[in-house]
Design a protein around this ligand. Structure first.
Ligand SMILES: Cc1ncc(COP(=O)(O)O)c(C=O)c1O
Length: 394
């Protein structure tokens, strides 16, 4: 049979990703390729205790096993409202919150709500690969905005706002994936001013801001928005556990209503079991202390990686030094193609992600992304030493 699939997913067969993950399951490979939180930080025992509690309570068990409403498990949006207060997100009601099945779903729903075929969506170059792919799957035109050391370049952003009249701008202003960069508050304000002037909605993706191991917190862009143009998406994937597939979107009630409609015909609602487990986890006071426990581990692993880079990588390798999150971004100040070098790295039993995949419309041949959270400091040192051998003389 000749299957006539849609244009939306053409050119995305997923083979490259599958092949990489197959490779990474080999124990001899030291992997800096994934985006996994540290397995040691996952709360297996606490979640076991909570799951047992849920299933001995007949009412709770039934609520978890029965269909529920799209907006969120009863009381869970209030839990989210309480949770985001310390980030400075205040003055919101349940109408401003939608529970989603991971942050990724929030990105998809925003595209679904705002984008028609051919519309331009702006994003910082480089950015989260899944967002680029999701934008293309809605037949949007993904346009990258050049970046400085502290986030999008305001000059290039204004030029592209003028040129393309985009509907939507996607940003990861805190500990970006893939660069680890954070926008200072002045840049956040300037970006909001520009977006307001050109009538563009900002999608602020923030899965990582609580994973800060150095420096001072910067308020989320939504707290600086006086115009109702920022939608904030976050997730419990990196703060509790990704397998729970739960996150939340916060924004103007009118936009949240649209996202709710968009979600209704996709998965009806996020897993009630996950929502109740997270609600109990937060109410029992486990949330912030458990993150605090994982912070030294992340700090130690990031430091192990930057120390090893300084020791083993060639001088042409420039890299970010993040204050939090999961990733270091590297760029060779030399004519090297990291795609061409990938097989040589695998031959040395070390893996990274080729940087060019994070660019909306090409570029970044000399770049790569390194994850430091899911290997021990000893294996990080060994892995970077291997990378140093691969890129020796570059
Ligand atoms: C920037 C960014 N946004 C969103 C996500 C999606 O995470 P999830 O759907 O697990 O919440 C990720 C995951 O790696 C990410 O890096």
């Amino acid at each position: 049979m000749n299957y006539h699939f849609s244009e939306a997913l053409s050119g995305m067969d997923g083979t490259a990703t599958r092949d990489i993950f197959k490779l990474l399951s080999r124990p001899e490979i030291i992997s800096f390729a994934g985006g996994l939180p540290a397995s040691d930080a996952l709360p297996t025992r606490l979640m076991g205790e909570i799951a047992a509690e849920i299933f001995v309570d007949e009412t709770e068990a039934l609520r978890c096993l029965q269909y529920s409403v799209t907006e969120g498990y009863p009381g869970f949006r209030e839990t989210v409202i309480d949770l985001v207060r310390d980030l400075g997100i205040t003055g919101i009601t349940p109408d401003n919150v939608l529970v989603i099945s991971g942050g990724g779903q929030g990105l998809d729903l925003m595209l679904k709500a705002f984008v028609n075929k051919g519309d331009v969506v702006l994003m910082e170059d480089p950015t989260f690969l899944s967002f680029i792919q999701a934008a293309k799957s809605y037949n949007a035109v993904a346009v990258g905005v050049a970046a400085d050391s502290d986030g999008v370049s305001l000059g290039d952003l204004e030029a592209k706002l003028k040129r393309y009249a985009p509907k939507l701008m996607y940003l990861i202003p805190t500990f970006s994936n893939p660069t680890g960069k954070t926008y200072p508050i002045e840049k956040r304000k300037a970006v909001i001013d520009l977006a307001h002037r050109y009538g563009v909605i900002i999608l602020e993706d923030d899965p990582y801001s609580r994973l800060r191991f150095a420096g001072e917190p910067v308020p989320p862009m939504i707290t600086l928005d006086k115009h109702g143009i920022v939608v904030y998406v976050s997730s419990f994937s990196k703060t509790i556990a990704p397998g729970l597939r739960t996150g939340f979107a916060v924004g103007p009630a009118e936009i949240i209503r649209k996202l709710t409609i968009g979600k209704q015909n996709v998965d009806l609602h996020t897993s009630s079991l996950s929502q109740l487990a997270i609600k109990k986890y937060i109410e029992k006071g486990y949330f912030l202390p458990n993150i605090a426990k994982s912070i030294p581990l992340y700090r130690q692993r990031k430091t192990a990686m930057t120390d090893a880079i300084n020791r083993y990588m060639p001088a042409s390798f420039k890299h970010t030094d993040p204050d939090g999150g999961l990733f270091i971004w590297g760029e060779f100040d030399a004519p090297v193609n990291t795609t061409d070098m990938f097989q040589a790295a695998i031959a040395e039993n070390v893996a990274y992600i080729v940087g060019s995949v994070f660019f909306a419309d090409g570029g970044g041949a000399n770049t790569l992304r390194l994850n430091y959270t899911n290997e021990s400091p000893e294996r990080i040192e060994e892995g970077v030493q291997r990378l140093g051998r691969v890129f020796k003389g570059v």
